[in-house]
Design a protein around this ligand. Structure first.
Ligand code: FAD
Length: 441
């Protein structure tokens, strides 16, 4: 992390530096810039559509109830006040590059009453860090009948739906099991499936004694020849064995053509019963990002960026994380992952300081430290060292779980520093001893 030496005066621009999206990458960047420009006149503004930040790779745990988002969240306003940036609540939906304004939608409360009319925020430098949304590839019925784990609200709604469905089983003599289909055998689908099994096990300790192993019928439905396509085959095989041991059915080479209220129809004509269906197959940039402000974007709405993470047509605009389409100087297409967003936030931070000081910018190089998949508290599997050396190292069990948690701890250290992160870990341990090990409401 680049901390400003106390004797060095940073170069200031007259208008604010604006970051859109306080997620895995954007919040880290806002924190770093806020600290760097602390006690200077440089304004840093973070805009997000939510008031709180929950690290997105934890959303499947929010959905299953193993994590309470209200406890494990960061409040943007208070974090900004402590770290030298301003937070503005709002949904961005446009850009005026000529006047250098970001356009925000009118904001209403849950009852439709006006909070803010549509407004504009001026910027000197702008960073898009607004992540991605689930891509349902316009599959029939997907929007109406599927849950998308894009946001914390969706994950929380899914959790309530799951608890209700388990309760419904109690009074329903005609149905003995809850049918859940998860479309997409990537990390999100695989991790969610294992978490749901864990939830049904834990619920038996809390009055849901009508549940048994037979109460759940989970199907992962994957169009490709194997699950976890982005990870080495050995990891996929190991994960599939673990899933099957948990009673989860893995359907590969099975493309979904339609989702109905109670089933999933596949290309080969099968109908898989499902009263709760989750779509976790693929991502894209939000639709309004397509050619936003006349900038170049990929087919999936990601903004094209050069290796310095600037948009080629306007070098005052940067993009990072899932919403950026970046190919590095070594020719690596950067995948949409939390570790990439974390690394890109560091590069954009360095390049913003360099740009203001009229110094050369550094090119972003993606370092793949490996990939891990957590199967709830049962186990984790993964590989370390990704593209660092040619041979990646396969790990599983407790070690893999520790490394998996380590990625989140890195995010927390960037936000809070080492000491506060240690305190958060400690408080988490105390909470685990005092509170139920599952969110029950
Ligand atoms: C369930 C799940 C599990 C995952 N597991 C892993 C994993 O194990 N390892 C891994 O590396 N990656 C994982 N990922 C992917 C990882 O979460 C993303 O790659 C990462 O969060 C991208 O970071 P980001 O900063 O680009 O965007 P995000 O972290 O998605 O943040 C985007 C932010 O922008 C805000 N925003 C969006 N649109 C607007 C708008 N119009 N106006 C204002 N604000 C807006 C959002 O509220 C959000 O705060 C997982 C994803 C999911 C969904």
């Amino acid at each position: 992390m680049l901390i400003r030496p106390w004797w060095r005066k940073p170069t200031i621009s007259s208008d604010p530096i604006v970051i859109i999206g306080g997620g895995a990458g954007g919040l880290e960047l806002a924190t770093k810039l806020g600290k760097y420009f602390l006690k200077t006149k440089q304004k840093i503004i973070l805009i997000d559509q939510n008031r709180k930040h929950v690290w997105k790779p934890l959303l499947h745990e929010v959905a299953s109830g193993s994590l309470d988002a209200d406890i494990d969240c960061v409040d943007y306003l208070s974090h900004g006040a402590r770290n030298g940036f301003l937070f503005q609540l709002g949904v961005v939906d446009g850009l005026n590059r000529e006047s250098k304004h970001v356009l925000l939608k009118q904001l209403n409360d849950q009852d439709g009453a006006l909070i803010f009319p549509a407004r504009q925020v001026k910027y000197s430098l702008l960073v898009f860090a607004l992540g991605s949304v689930t891509n349902d590839f316009n599959t029939l019925g997907a929007k109406q009948y599927c849950t998308f784990l894009d946001t914390c609200e969706n994950a929380e709604r899914f959790h309530t739906e799951l608890l209700n469905a388990f309760l419904r089983l109690k009074g329903d003599d005609t149905r003995s099991s809850l049918n859940i289909a998860i479309i997409g055998g990537g990390a999100t689908g695989v991790e969610l499936a294992a978490e749901i099994v864990k939830t049904s096990e834990l619920l038996r300790n809390y009055g849901y004694d009508h549940l048994s192993k037979k109460s759940l019928d989970i199907h992962i439905v994957e169009a490709g020849p194997r699950i976890l396509a982005a990870l080495p085959e050995r990891i996929a095989q190991s994960a599939q064995q673990e899933l099957e041991a948990l009673g989860i059915t893995v359907n590969t080479n099975t493309a979904v053509t339609e989702v109905t209220p109670n089933s999933v129809i596949t290309k080969d004509g099968r109908e898989i019963a499902s009263s709760i269906t989750v779509w976790a197959a693929g991502i894209k940039g939000p639709d309004f990002m397509q050619a936003i402000g006349g900038l170049e974007s990929a087919k999936n709405n990601q903004l094209l960026v050069n290796p310095f993470l600037q948009t080629p047509l306007d070098t005052d605009i940067f993009a990072l994380g899932d919403c950026a389409s970046c190919t590095t100087l070594k020719g690596i297409k950067v995948p949409p992952r939390a570790q990439a967003a974390h690394q890109m936030a560091s590069t954009v931070f360095t390049n913003i300081i360099a740009k203001l000081a009229l110094k050369p910018l550094v090119a972003y190089e993606y370092i793949d430290y490996g990939s891990l998949v957590s199967l709830s508290s049962y186990t984790a599997v993964g590989s370390l060292m990704g593209n660092i050396n040619q041979r990646s190292m396969f790990i599983e069990g407790k070690l893999a779980r520790l490394v998996y948690i380590g990625l989140y701890r890195m995010h927390q250290v960037t936000l809070f520093g080492v000491l506060k992160t240690l305190l958060i870990v400690l408080v988490g341990r105390v909470n685990r001893a005092l509170r139920p090990n599952l969110k029950l409401h």
